[in-house]
Write a protein that binds this ligand. Sequence first.
Ligand code: FES
Length: 102
Amino acid sequence: MATVLTTDLAFDQIMVKHPQRGELILVNEDGEVHAYRNSCPHVGVGLDWGDGRCLVAPGELLCAMHGALFTAATGLCVAGPCAGKSLTRVPVRIDEGRVVCD
Ligand code: FES
């Protein structure tokens, strides 16, 4: 069954909870929404400091723990201790103004 992650698309980056997949990072880039598990490929902790924020500049996600920098559109780590690794993408779609995960 599909899970509605948010009914509000007016965000740049938010953190949401999925019942099976856990905490997810959602990034909205001009209406295209990317979703990743909130788990840094360096040591597996969440990217944020508990405030749900990890978008530090347009298109850039930063892990607060050791500074890994990720490209928001791809999830690829481009600098820091896990450069070359990627966040785990979660497939989502936009359905009638809602972000939905199957
Ligand atoms: S846990 Fe993310 S950079 Fe180390």
